[in-house]
Ligand binder design. Structure first.
Ligand code: PHE
Ligand code: ZN
Length: 849
C-alpha cells in the first residue's frame, strides 16, 4: 500500500536527473512468487544537471544485494527508492532484487495474467521491477536476458539469441523505462511481414493464447495498414526488424506502446465476426494504429516529464483519428469523435476534475490519463492544423521529427517547431495547454448594404484553481447559405482571438444563414439560442455534414428538454425534417444511423444544468423513452424501406460500408421493437450471423424487457469466451430500466463468472451501472452505494482502475439536494477508508473540492 500522505509534484519544479544511463542490462529469472531481477547500469554524470544525491526509484522490491564498480554497498532504502554515495565520474551500478509477480494485483510492473508474465511500466511501473531513475527523460539502450522454461520469451528491440530456457533481446534505440516490456508465456503467434518503403523487412507477430489464433488476422491487417499510412502521410518508417503485439486478458487500459513489443488488452486486439461487433473492429483498428503511431510520436520523441503527456497522447490520438477518417468516412468519424468528446471530456472540463491539457501539478500521474489530455489534446492539434493549413502542418511535423528525434521534449519544443516552420506567434494559442475549462462562444449577426457581419463573444468559466481566464485563439469555420439553401460563401476559418470580435462578408445580395463551427472546428460550447427555423433550415440544407447532424442534434436536445421541464410533446417539425433526411438514399447509411441517435441522458442532464435547471434523472429517462416511442410511430411507414437499404448480402467484412448499413439496420430494429414489442428483434436474434447483429437484437430485447430467454441462450453460446461475456454482463445493466439496473448489478456481481480482479469484467458490470443514468442516480442512493462499495474493495488491489471509475461521481453537484447529499456521503465514505491509495484519495479529494 502506498503512503497516504499526499505528495504533490509540480511542473515548475522540473530538474534534470544528475546522471545519464549509458546502458542498461537486465536479467530476469522468472518465478511467480520470487522473480529475481539482476541489473547492471552504467551511469555517467549528466553535465547539464544541478548537484543532487544519487537516488533511484524502487517500490515493493526486496533488495538482495547492490554494488558499485564491483564493491558491495549498503544503500539507504525507503518505500520510494534507494540512496547511496557514488563516485564523481562514470560508474557501474549493479543490483539484484526479488519481486512477486503472482501477487501483483495492481497490474503495474511485472505481473501475471492467466499463467503468463507481462509488464506495464507507463507511467511509473518500472520502479516495481528494479531500482532505476524511473522518469521519461532518462533514456538508455536496453539489453535483456530472460530465463524461464516458458516457450515464448519476449522483450523490446531485436532478438539476440533464443535458446533452451532463455532469450536475449537488445533494443538499440535509447528509451525511457516506461517503454520497457517483457512477456513470457505459452503463446502462439499469428505471423506477418512488412517491407518498409526504405526496404527493411520487418517480422510481425500477434501473440495470443492457443485457441485465439482465429482472432488475429484483423489486427495483423490493421497493423500493416497503419505502417503504410504512417509512411504515406507522415513519412515515418518503422525502425526495427521485428514488431510484436501481445494480447493479455488482465490490463488496466486499452494498450501500451512499448518499443517493438506492444502489449494489448485482449479486448483491443482479438477480433472475429462471430465474437466482435463492427464497433469493436473499428476500435481495434484505431488502437492498433494508435500504438503503432506512438513509435514516432512517443517513443522516438518522448516526453521530458509526465506533465508533457499530451505531447505524445494528444498528437497520437489526432493521428489515429485522421487514420480512421482516411480509411472510413471522415464526417462519420468526426461526429463520433465529437460525441465522445462531449460525453467524456466536457463533463471533466466543466466539473471539479477540470485540468489543463498540460496539467501543472499532480499527486498521482495515473489519474491524468484523461479525456482532457487525450481527446482535448487531440482537438488542440486539430485546431493548430486548421490555423496553419495542411501544408504548413506537415512542414512543422517534419521539422519536429528532424529536430527532436531522440529527445525527451516539451510542449514549448512542439510549439517552437510550428513557430519556426510557419513564422506565426503562438503565444496566445499556448493558452489551450494551460487554461482548463470549455470556452463559451456566442455570435450576433447584422446585415446592411450587402455586408453581413458576425460578431463573436467568447469567455471561459472558472475552473478549480483558475478563476480568471484570458481569451483563446478559436478557429471558427463558417460557411454562409443563401435563402434558397445554396452555399453563397464556402467554408472559411475565422480566427477569433479577442473577447469580442467582428468579421464581415461583402457583396451578398440577401441576408445569409450562417453555418458556424463547421466540422466542430474548436472544442467550445456554442451558446447561441439559434431560432428553431434556422436549425430546421440547416438540417435540410447545410453542406457541412457535421453541422447538418448538429442542427438535428440540437433540435432533439431542445425537444427533450422541453419534455422534461414542461411535459411538451416531441417536436413534430423536427421529426418530419429528420424523416426527410433519413430517406435521402444518397446519404451514406452510417451518417443516417448517426442522425437517428438522440442525446444520451447524461448529455441532457448536462444541458439542463447549463441552463440552470436541476436535472431529474427519472424525468429525463421518461422523456427519452417517449421520444423513442414517438419516432417509431411517426416513421413507421418508412422503416421497411430503411431496413431493406440496410441489408447486407455479401459475406461479412467490417468495413465502413457494411458496418454503416448494419448500424442503420440496428437503429431501425430498435424503432421497430418499440412498435412490435420485440417480435422482429427475436427473429433477428435467432437469425443473426455475426456478433453485430446478435448484440443489436439482444439490446432491443433487453430494452423491451423480453430478454430472459435470449440472455440465457447467449450465455449458453458464449460462456467460454471472456470478451463476449463482458458484453453479456454489461448490456443487461446498461440498457436496463431505472427500476431494475441496481438489482441486476447486485445479482451479476454474485454471478460465478464475475471477477472483480479482471478490469474488463469489473468495468463491464460496474461501468455499465455508472453509465445507466437513471439507474445509477436512483433517488434512494442504492446505485451510489453499490458502486462505492465496489470501488473501495477494488482500490485495495487495483488503485488505478478503481480511481478511474470513481469519475462516475464527478457530476455530483449538478443534481438535487437529496442526491447531492447521498453522493457526497459516498465520496466521504471512500475518502475515510484507511489505507486508501494515493490514486483514489487524490480523485476523491478533488471531487469533494
Ligand atoms: N500509453 C498508452 C496509450 O496511450 C496508455 C496507457 C497508459 C496504457 C498507462 C497503460 C498505462 O496507448
Ligand atoms: Zn497513447
Amino acid at each position: 500500500m502506498k503512503d497516504a500522505a499526499p505528495r504533490t509534484i509540480y511542473l515548475q519544479d522540473y530538474a534534470p536527473f544528475g546522471w545519464q544511463v549509458q546502458s542498461a542490462h537486465l536479467t530476469f529469472r522468472l518465478a511467480p512468487e520470487a522473480t529475481r531481477v539482476v541489473s547492471r547500469l552504467h551511469f555517467a554524470p549528466n553535465p547539464g544537471a544541478p548537484a543532487q544525491d544519487f537516488f533511484l526509484h524502487g517500490e515493493e522490491l526486496t533488495l538482495i544485494r547492490a554494488s558499485i564498480d564491483g564493491e558491495e554497498i549498503t544503500p539507504e532504502v525507503t518505500p520510494e527508492g534507494l540512496r547511496c554515495e557514488v563516485p564523481s565520474g562514470p560508474f557501474l551500478f549493479e543490483a539484484e532484487v526479488e519481486i512477486a509477480p503472482a501477487k501483483n494485483t495492481a497490474l503495474e510492473g511485472l505481473y501475471m495474467s492467466n499463467g503468463m508474465y507481462c509488464t506495464q511500466c507507463e507511467a511509473e511501473g518500472f520502479r516495481k521491477i528494479t531500482y532505476y531513475p524511473d522518469r521519461p527523460d532518462v533514456m538508455a539502450p536496453f539489453e535483456v536476458r530472460i530465463e524461464s522454461d516458458l516457450p515464448v520469451l519476449l522483450s523490446n528491440g531485436d532478438k539476440v539469441e533464443i535458446g533452451e530456457g532463455f532469450a536475449e533481446w537488445h533494443d538499440p534505440w535509447p528509451k525511457p523505462s516506461y517503454l520497457f516490456a517483457l512477456v513470457a508465456g505459452e503463446l502462439v503467434n499469428h505471423a506477418g511481414q512488412f517491407t518498409t518503403r526504405g526496404g527493411r523487412d520487418v517480422e510481425l507477430n500477434v501473440w495470443v493464447r492457443p485457441g485465439d489464433e482465429h482472432k488475429c488476422p484483423f489486427a495483423m491487417e490493421s497493423l500493416k495498414t497503419s505502417m503504410r499510412w504512417d509512411e504515406d502521410v507522415y513519412g515515418r518508417e518503422y525502425d526495427l526488424d521485428i514488431f510484436n503485439i501481445v494480447a493479455v486478458d488482465d490490463f488496466n487500459m486499452g494498450a501500451m506502446e512499448n518499443k517493438g513489443l506492444n502489449i494489448f488488452n485482449s479486448s483491443a486486439v482479438l477480433a472475429s465476426p462471430d465474437t466482435s461487433t463492427d464497433a469493436d473492429f473499428e476500435r481495434i483498428e484505431a488502437i492498433i494504429a494508435h500504438e503503432y503511431f506512438h513509435n514516432w510520436t512517443g517513443n522516438r520523441i518522448t516526453c521530458r516529464d509526465w506533465f508533457q503527456l499530451c505531447l505524445k497522447e494528444g498528437l497520437t490520438v489526432f493521428r489515429d483519428q485522421s487514420f480512421t477518417a482516411d480509411l472510413r468516412s471522415a464526417p462519420v468519424k468526426r461526429i463520433s469523435d465529437v460525441l465522445m468528446l462531449r460525453a467524456r471530456q466536457f463533463p471533466e472540463d466543466q466539473g471539479p476534475l477540470a485540468h489543463p491539457v498540460r496539467p501543472e501539478s499532480f499527486q498521482e500521474i495515473n489519474n491524468f490519463y484523461t479525456a482532457t489530455v487525450y481527446e482535448k489534446g487531440a482537438e488542440v492539434i486539430g485546431m493548430l492544423k486548421r490555423l496553419v493549413g495542411d501544408e504548413d502542418y506537415f512542414k512543422a511535423l517534419d521539422l519536429y521529427f528532424e529536430r527532436h528525434d531522440g529527445d525527451a521534449a516539451t510542449i514549448e519544443d512542439w510549439l517552437a517547431v510550428f513557430e519556426d516552420a510557419t513564422g506565426r506567434d503562438l503565444s496566445q494559442f499556448k493558452r489551450w495547454y494551460s487554461q482548463a475549462g470549455t470556452p463559451r462562444l456566442r455570435y450576433e449577426e447584422s446585415f446592411a448594404d450587402g455586408t453581413y457581419t458576425l460578431t463573436f463573444h467568447q469567455h471561459t468559466p472558472p475552473t478549480p484553481g483558475q478563476e480568471e481566464k484570458a481569451p483563446q485563439v478559436i478557429p471558427v469555420a463558417v460557411g454562409l447559405l443563401g435563402p434558397n439553401g445554396d452555399e453563397v460563401v464556402e467554408t472559411r476559418v475565422l480566427e477569433v482571438t479577442e473577447a469580442e470580435q467582428s468579421f464581415s462578408f461583402e457583396g451578398l445580395s440577401a441576408q445569409p444563414v450562417p453555418s458556424v463551427l463547421r466540422g466542430f472546428s474548436a472544442p467550445v460550447v456554442l451558446e447561441n439560442d439559434i431560432p428553431r427555423e434556422t436549425r430546421l433550415f440547416l438540417l435540410a440544407h447545410d453542406t457541412d455534414p457535421f453541422n447538418r447532424w448538429e442542427a438535428s442534434r440540437s433540435l432533439a436536445r431542445e425537444s427533450l428538454m422541453a419534455s422534461v421541464t414542461e411535459g411538451a410533446e416531441p417536436d413534430g417539425a423536427w421529426l418530419d425534417a429528420l424523416g426527410q433526411v433519413l430517406s435521402e438514399t444518397g446519404l451514406e447509411p452510417a451518417f443516417r444511423a448517426l442522425m437517428l441517435g438522440v442525446p444520451a441522458q447524461a448529455e441532457l442532464a448536462r444541458a439542463l444544468h447549463e441552463k440552470g435547471v436541476t436535472p431529474d434523472p427519472e424525468a429525463i429517462w421518461t422523456a427519452s423513452e417517449r421520444l423513442a416511442q414517438t419516432m417509431a410511430a411517426r416513421w413507421e411507414g418508412m422503416l421497411p424501406a430503411l431496413a431493406e437499404e440496410a441489408k447486407v448480402e455479401a459475406d461479412y467484412v467490417p468495413d465502413a460500408e457494411q458496418s454503416g448499413k448494419r448500424a442503420l439496420g440496428s437503429a431501425v430494429l430498435a424503432l421497430q421493437t418499440r412498435l412490435d414489442g420485440g417480435a422482429a428483434a427475436l427473429a433477428a436474434f435467432d437469425g443473426a450471423t455475426n456478433m453485430t447483429q446478435q448484440l443489436a437484437a439482444l439490446s432491443c430485447l433487453v430494452r423491451a424487457g423480453r430478454d430472459k430467454q435470449a440472455l440465457e441462450a447467449f450465455h449458453a453460446q458464449w460462456k467460454n469466451d471472456k470478451l463476449v461475456m463482458n458484453k453479456w454482463f454489461g448490456l443487461q445493466i446498461a440498457l436496463a430500466g431505472p427500476d431494475v439496473a441496481v438489482e441486476r448489478t447486485e445479482a451479476l456481481v454474485k454471478h460465478p463468472q464475475f471477477d472483480a480482479s479482471n478490469p474488463n469484467r469489473f468495468r463491464a458490470v460496474l461501468g455499465a451501472l455508472a453509465g445507466n443514468h437513471a439507474g445509477f442516480h436512483r433517488a434512494d442512493g442504492h446505485g451510489y452505494r453499490l458502486l462505492a462499495d465496489h470501488l473501495i474493495d477494488l482500490d485495495s488491489r487495483n488503485p488505478q482502475t478503481a480511481a478511474r471509475m470513481a469519475v462516475a461521481f464527478q457530476t455530483w453537484t449538478r443534481y438535487d439536494e437529496g442526491r447531492q447529499a447521498l453522493m457526497k456521503a459516498e465520496l466521504e465514505r471512500i475518502a475515510a477508508k484507511p489505507g486508501l491509495s494515493r490514486d483514489m484519495s487524490e480523485m476523491v479529494s478533488r471531487m469533494l473540492g
